[in-house]
Design a protein around this ligand. Sequence first.
Ligand code: UT7
Length: 333
Amino acid sequence: MTRRRAGIVGTGSALPPTVLTNAYFESLPELRTSDQWIIEHTGIRERRKAAPGEGLSLYATEAAKRALEMANLAAEELDLIICGTFTPDVPIPGSSNLIQANLAAKRAAAFDLQAACSGFVYAAVVAQQFIETGKYRRVLAVGADLLSRVTDFTDRTTCILFGDGAGAVVMRDVEPEFGILASNIHSDGAQGQFLTVPAGGSLLPASHETVEQRLHFVRMEGKATFKIAVRSMERSAEDALRQAGYGVEDVKLFIAHQANKRISDAVVDRLGLSPDRVYENIERVGNTSAGSIPIALDEAVRQGRVRQGDLVLLTAFGGGLTWGSVLLRWAIK
Ligand code: UT7
């Protein structure tokens, strides 16, 4: 079978309108935090928060509609919807199924994929496989999380980081000079304990005790995660470039998972990338987990930061632990 090239032909994103600035956290005396600490240690000034009663698929559907519009594709033409998330609306049905219903994408198969903050890159790489083998031609890859739903607002080491948001891309078969040139995904489950949500699964189902013990919130060993994130993202980005036969100087746009500005700055520095090739939005949206890369990509695309033929490098890292990269030659004019 002739292998085809999978490319991104549309991007979209959606953020809740409610803004939580650092001043909000500063105003909670029990947190003993400040605007200055948050900016110096994370680069974040504000993040978004979904309203009560809103679920992930609301924002994911909005992002998907924008991506479909840019791709000039009708929802009925989609063959597959993959939603990378660890904060689905409900355990069943999957948010991918809810997005499918909202879009009336009747022909599409749909499933959720859980790779925490790497969810979008994992979804894009899975979509790439289906497109390259010719099984499916048009795939919607979503990365979205409502982290505020699993954030312990009494834990100052995590609550200042997280934000809500959704991003989506339409992927399809493209001319062989465009599309994904190299990709990799990785996991190290042996280090999974550094970033967990302890309860709410089959091991510790929800109970009064798990709620009282605040076990449904994200727990993170920040320092350990920080170090592994920098090393893993650097290696993954380099591997993608090496696999496709390019150097960092060829990259026109680099987007790293927006976990902490100090993490992405360290990755950019170690790769030797020129800062004018990097797009960041952590200052305005915080860490949106699986939403992080597709939201930033959509903003960069709509700001005219990427042109047809440009090399784009996307590198993620998250709980699992998981990480990975996608290197692509931009297909959209
Ligand atoms: O998206 C998935 C991947 N996520 C990541 O990769 C995140 C990785 N980690 C981080 O972003 C950072 O490690 C944090 C932002 C979580 C923490 O920053 P840090 O510079 O590594 O701080 P630290 O953990 O070394 O803590 C330094 C001090 C501690 O106080 P003591 O023990 O020195 O007295 C913390 O208790 O800062 C304290 N601290 C705070 N102080 C004010 C921690 N959080 C805060 C806070 N405000 N919000």
